[in-house]
Ligand binder design. Structure first.
Ligand SMILES: O=C(O)[C@@H](COP(=O)(O)O)OP(=O)(O)O
Length: 439
């Protein structure tokens, strides 16, 4: 091989495999603002060293995980196959008149773009999602080798998922990360429930469905932001970048934004052409548009939204009380589950409610950070000389719960704080439409 060939091969390797991942994103990189379509490879904690505390031993883990990166919904697949294709041709057409800022290379990528997703596979887990689960499992086991044994037994491990392909497959790939091949094949999963009051408590909470999910007021702030001057400027800037003669509507721009997110999540080696129309600022505005929806639907907007998450949280306290060590519980669920649980724990609450008047840049409620694909929350029970303690990790990073003085928090302190969540979590009372309508 000549020196030139070797040089080319090395360069190609760097461009294909090293650059896209090791790119230190500047704060205005579009990839920082992909909302709930952010892939976990942008967020995970590389440091998987054992988490040790003097005089303590990790004994149990209770972990809830949003499924890994998935395919779009049927509605989005159809829109990608129709509306987005039309937009692509419009972009290519105007570029013939040398309008817009896209480079030749970017246009080439638009030209080559097509969407071939089978609608039968809507929301299926992708390869990226499989990897997310395997690697997450490996790192969690490295951190807590006593609580999460690498030898499977139904006495020491429990796995449960919602009745969806993406959650079921996520659970399966997670076990591949934990155990050797033979063990992984023999894992027993608890049966998935069509009506699942623990993993998807909100789906059948009639009062929440009526007062929040199906209440147009829930989307008021998002709608307000959708017609704000900030959003209008974003639509103009995107249309100008593409050199279009008219200004695109929000639906089209939102479809491009979502596709940029999905395609970024699916492949580490390929930049989606649908990200080119966005600069950091416009992506940030689209992210806020989505954050507003989740804040009012899945977060702090309504008390009942997060109150009902006691259905999931109380199972953690029950398990920590009743099971024998070591014991590890892994639950595979959804964005809506995780966000409501985070709010139940008073995490990432913005100083003031999010509104549609302008982007709140200081907010802690950022779905790109807290609700990416494979987002996860873990509680680890440590048996210590001075009693049982709980360590909390969000996105694999140790966090301090607001009601605790330190990261390693006495179990008793948590049980006191969450007394109502454990003992007065009456689902039918809370969710029945016959009861008092206050939420
Ligand atoms: O299924 C979806 O479209 C969303 C919302 O689901 P819910 O929050 O309504 O369960 O969640 P995802 O499965 O992506 O985590």
């Amino acid at each position: 091989m000549t020196v030139k060939v070797i040089y080319t091969v090395i360069n190609l390797f760097i461009v294909l495999y090293i650059l896209p991942e090791s790119f230190a994103f500047d704060s205005y990189d579009v990839r920082n603002y992909l909302s709930t379509r952010t892939p976990y490879r942008f967020k995970f904690n590389r440091d998987d060293s054992r988490l040790k505390f003097n005089g303590c031993k990790d004994a149990m883990v209770w972990m809830i995980i949003r499924h890994g990166t998935r395919l779009p919904s049927a509605k989005d697949i159809i829109a990608m196959n129709s509306t987005l294709k039309d937009i692509k041709y419009e972009i290519l057409n105007v570029q013939k008149r040398k309008k817009g800022v896209l480079t030749k290379e970017q246009l080439k990528q638009f030209k080559a773009w097509s969407s071939v997703i089978d609608i039968e596979q809507e929301k299926f887990l992708t390869h990226e999602g499989q990897h997310e689960m395997i690697l997450l499992a490996e790192r969690m086991q490295n951190r807590f080798p006593n609580a999460i044994r690498n030898k499977y037994s139904n006495k020491t491990h429990q796995f449960r998922y919602t009745a969806t392909q993406r959650a079921q497959q996520s659970a399966r790939y997670f076990t591949i990360g934990l155990f050797d091949k033979r063990d992984a094949q023999n894992v027993t999963f608890l049966p998935a429930k069509k009506i699942d009051p623990v993993l998807r408590f909100y789906k059948h909470c009639d009062k929440w469905q009526k007062q929040v999910k199906k209440n147009p007021d829930t989307y008021k702030e998002q709608k307000l932001f959708g017609v704000s001057s900030q959003m209008n400027d974003t639509l103009k800037s995107i249309s100008n970048r593409l050199g279009l003669d008219k200004i695109m509507n929000l639906d089209s721009v939102d479809l491009m934004y979502k596709t940029c997110g999905y395609e970024t999540a699916w492949s580490k080696h390929h930049v989606s052409p649908w990200c080119y129309p966005f600069d950091g600022n416009s992506a940030e505005n689209l992210e806020y548009y989505h954050d507003l929806k989740h804040y009012w639907m899945d977060g702090y907007g309504h008390n009942l939204t997060y109150r009902q998450a006691c259905m999931a949280i109380k199972t953690m306290f029950e398990i920590f009380k009743t099971k024998k060590d070591p014991f590890a519980t892994f639950l595979f669920a959804h964005s809506g589950t995780l966000l409501k649980i985070l709010s139940h724990l008073h995490l990432y609450k913005p100083q003031t409610p999010l509104t549609g008047h302008a982007v709140n840049k200081e907010r802690r409620w950022k779905t790109s950070d807290i609700d990416c694909f494979a987002a996860n929350l873990a509680f680890v029970l440590y048996r210590c000389k001075d009693g049982d303690h709980v360590l909390t990790l969000h996105q694999e990073r140790v966090i301090k719960l607001p009601m605790c003085a330190k990261e390693l928090c006495p179990l008793q302190k948590l049980e006191e704080h969450f007394h109502d969540s454990i003992h007065n979590c009456d689902y039918s009372n809370m969710c029945s439409l016959d009861k008092d309508s206050s939420s």
